[in-house]
Each structure stands twice: as structure tokens, then as C-alpha cells.
Write a protein that binds this ligand. Structure first.
Ligand code: PHE
Length: 452
């Protein structure tokens, strides 16, 4: 009987923190944040992003973790259970559904980009970056990878294979070991890259670009992108955080954990920006380069520094690890749901869903400009960008809105106080943020985009 399966738990608070930070810190910070900031005009994007992270994302993070811990099931199971306990409509389980499905869509293309990082581990290791300049670095990415479908799909397969392997092993064995050592290592290497960029490239210009908001850059699209990116970076509303919350024991403080996760996540994103933009300015690259930004800039730095082969290989390896720890959390919600509802084993479910996501992901790879499905256009975007837009800019903020509404207005205050066990003043601040600030801010962005 499926119900007889035991719901797993983290072995310690540290293990949970590493897994949650591992989920949050990923391609979103190091690959996406810099190019979104670059395309969104820099300072304005960063400022709005920081506002969303701390005033919207963090309270939603607290809400989502507590829903998971309260429910002790997959996101769908947890939402059904809590709605029932609180005497509310079963329809609230749609939050769980949207998370599980959204997570599945994201993992399908996330794995393609994860594959790029693996390809770059290989490139770095064989010395492909040596002496590259702006033109050859761009060619290495475009012709060498993006427009070579088979290469890209093979790396995508390799990335998904590793992800499935870890998810199949389960929470404690697979995941905890991967994150406890490798996340801190990534942080140290990123710090090194920031220092390298500060010493060798135009750091002041990067600071000005990233932190000096220019009013002309402010558009509703930038605000929506910043909102979507803040949710994406904190892994919100895709079931990941709810699932990780469900593996939490009662003694962990959700409020403190959430603040730490958000701070670590933000620090890594800002550091990535500080490592990339000095190089962008010094080497005359475009800030609005798009998804290829880090792949077009970092190799130039690795190619010209001492020990660049070793440092570059290490950097892309750790980036791949950060991507894998996020990918695991994207596949996990769907796996936990199917495992909960059927008599299949975790291993079988992980393989079936992972292969399905891989196949859907190949469409993203084939849809890159110049490739076999490169002409397919969904709302004027290629397949990969369309998946990103729908999940980041629609499903995640909408999911966050409903999480905030549910927790703030439909669950009793008493239940939430009991679940969070925070001091009274902290609880009040959080409650004010989820009840009013989050729903209003998210709605304002949506309404402005729709009618603006
Ligand atoms: N937060 C991850 C990153 O920044 C991506 C992610 C989104 C993971 C949503 C899980 C859920 O790369």
C-alpha cells in the first residue's frame, strides 16, 4: 500500500540548510542573474530584485516551508491535507499541482543549461580557453555548443543522468553528501573570481552599472523579470521548497533558516555579477548578451590567467554541482508525488520522470536559434525562452501570490503561530508582509504588465 511508505526526514538542521541553499543557489544565480541584470539595465533591475527578495520572496519562502512541514507530504498531498484540516476548498491543492508541473517544465530546460556547464568543464580541462578573445569565446559557445545539437543533447543527457542517479537514491544518501562540502567550495572560488575581476578588470564601472539605478531603465518588463528572477532564485512556488519543508523536523526554526537561505542566495548572485561585469566592460562585450553571457565572458578570463586550466575546470565543475543540487530539487516534487500515490519504487519513479523531462528538454535544445526547431516561435520566443517566461514570469509569481493568500488569509493565525514558533514581533512583521505586502506587490506588477 502506497500510504505505508515512510516520509523521509533530514538528518540534521545543517543538512537541511545545505540542501535548501543547494536548491536556491544554482544556475539562477551565476548564469541567469548576470544576464537578466545585464539586459535589464543593471542598477534598476538589481534594486527591484533586492526589494523582491527580502520583502516578497523571503516571506513566501517562510510560508512555503511551513506548508511543507505542516503537510508532511508531496506538495499536492500537503496542500490537500492542510486545506482539509483548515476546512477550506480542495481547490487549494492547485498550488501543489502548479508547483509539481512547473518544476517539471523547469527541470526539462534547466538540464540543457546544466549540460552547457558540463561541456564547459570539458572545454576548460582540455585547454580550449587558452588565448581566446571576445570573438573566439563567442564562437566556442555558439558554433561549438549551441548550434551543435547532438553535442548539446549528449551533455543534457549526462546532466539528467546524474540528477536521476541522486534523486533515485533518496534524500539522505544522495543529496546531503553532495551539498555539504561542495557548496562552500563554490563560494570560495567565486570569491576568488570577484577578486580577480577587481584586480585585472574595470571593477568601478561594474559597480556603477550594477548598483547605480538609472531611471530610464525602469520599465514594467524589468520589474516583472526581477520579480520572476527573485522567485526563481529562491526556488519558490515550484514545489521544491514545499517538498524540502516536508522533510523538516519540528525543532528547526523556519524563520531563521529562510533569512539565511535568502542571504546566501543573494550574496552568490551579487558576487556572480561582480565577477562577470568587470570582464564584460574590459573586454568590450555587450551587457545585454543574453543567456550566453557567462559562457562568452569567463573563458576569456580563464584563458589569460595563470593556472587558468585548473581554475577554469574547477569553476565549471562547481557550477555544475550547484546546478545539480538545484536540479534535484526540481525533480523531487514530482517524484515525491508519484511515489506517494503509486506502489512504484523511488528509483522507478525517478527514472521514468527523469527520462520524460529529458525528452521534453531536447525540444528546448533543438529550439535554439539556428537549430532544427529554431523557427518554432511561441508568443514570439523560442522554446527555451518560452518555457522560462511562462514558469518564471507567470507560474512562479502567481503561485507565490496564492501561497501568500492561503497562508495569510485562509489558514488560522493560530496554526501559523504554532507552526513557526517565532517571537511575537518577528511573527507580526512576517504576517504583515504575507497578508498585505506580497499580494499587493505581486498584483501591482501583474496588473501593470497586463494593462501597461
Ligand atoms: N533556484 C534555482 C537556481 O537559482 C532554480 C530553482 C528554481 C530550483 C525553482 C528549484 C525550484 O538555479
Amino acid at each position: 500500500m502506497a500510504g505505508a511508505k515512510q516520509h523521509a526526514h533530514w538528518s540534521s538542521r545543517w543538512a537541511f540548510m545545505m540542501a535548501a541553499v543547494g536548491s536556491a543557489v544554482g544556475l539562477g544565480n551565476i548564469w541567469k542573474f548576470p544576464y537578466e541584470a545585464g539586459s535589464g539595465g543593471g542598477g534598476v533591475f538589481v534594486l527591484i530584485y533586492l526589494f523582491f527578495i527580502f520583502f516578497i520572496g523571503t516571506p513566501v519562502l517562510v510560508a512555503e516551508l511551513s506548508l511543507g512541514r505542516r503537510g508532511q507530504k508531496s506538495p499536492i498531498g500537503s496542500m490537500e491535507k492542510i486545506a482539509k484540516e483548515e476546512g477550506k476548498s480542495k481547490l487549494w491543492s492547485l498550488i501543489g499541482w502548479s508547483g509539481v508541473i512547473g518544476g517539471f517544465v523547469v527541470i526539462s530546460y534547466y538540464s540543457v543549461v546544466g549540460g552547457w556547464t558540463l561541456a564547459y568543464v570539458a572545454n576548460a580541462a582540455i585547454g580550449a580557453f587558452e588565448g581566446v578573445d571576445k570573438v573566439s569565446a563567442a564562437a566556442l559557445f555558439k558554433e561549438g555548443l549551441q548550434q551543435s545539437e547532438t553535442t548539446m543533447i549528449l551533455w543534457h543527457a549526462a546532466f539528467m543522468f546524474i540528477t536521476i542517479g541522486i534523486v533515485a537514491k533518496g534524500v539522505e544518501d544522495g543529496l546531503e553528501k553532495a551539498v555539504t562540502f561542495l557548496m562552500p567550495a563554490l563560494f570560495v572560488l567565486l570569491l576568488f573570481m570577484v577578486i580577480y575581476a577587481a584586480v585585472t578588470a574595470d571593477f568601478l564601472k561594474a559597480l556603477d552599472f550594477l548598483f547605480w539605478p538609472r531611471a530610464k531603465d525602469l520599465t514594467v518588463d524589468v520589474a516583472l523579470n526581477a520579480l520572476g528572477q527573485s522567485f526563481f532564485s529562491l526556488s519558490l512556488a515550484l514545489g521544491s521548497i514545499m517538498t524540502y519543508g516536508s522533510y523538516l523536523t519540528k525543532d528547526v526554526s523556519i524563520g531563521k533558516s529562510a533569512v539565511t537561505i535568502a542571504a546566501a542566495d543573494t550574496l552568490v548572485a551579487i558576487m556572480a555579477g561582480l565577477a562577470i561585469f568587470p570582464l564584460v566592460f574590459t573586454y568590450g562585450l555587450k551587457t545585454g548578451e543574453g543567456p550566453g553571457l557567462i559562457f562568452a565572458t569567463l573563458p576569456i578570463a580563464f584563458g589569460s590567467m595563470d593556472f587558468g586550466v585548473i581554475i577554469g575546470t574547477l569553476f565549471f565543475t562547481l557550477l555544475a554541482v550547484a546546478a545539480i543540487t538545484s536540479a534535484i530539487s526540481l525533480l523531487e516534487p514530482a517524484v515525491s508525488y508519484v511515489e506517494e500515490r503509486t506502489s512504484l519504487s523511488r528509483r522507478q519513479v525517478a527514472i521514468a520522470l527523469g527520462v520524460a523531462a529529458f525528452l521534453i528538454g531536447t525540444l528546448s535544445a533543438m529550439g535554439m536559434p539556428g537549430n532544427s526547431l529554431g523557427d518554432v516561435s511561441i508568443f514570439g520566443m523560442n522554446i527555451m525562452d518560452a518555457k522560462g517566461y511562462i514558469t518564471n514570469n507567470v507560474m512562479m509569481p502567481l503561485g507565490g501570490l496564492f501561497i501568500a493568500l492561503f497562508v495569510g488569509w485562509f489558514i488560522s493565525r493560530k496554526t501559523m503561530m504554532e507552526e513557526l514558533a517565532m517571537s511575537e514581533p518577528s511573527f507580526r512583521i512576517w504576517y504583515l508582509l504575507v497578508r498585505f505586502v506580497c499580494p499587493i506587490a505581486i498584483s501591482v506588477v501583474f496588473v501593470t504588465v497586463a494593462f501597461g
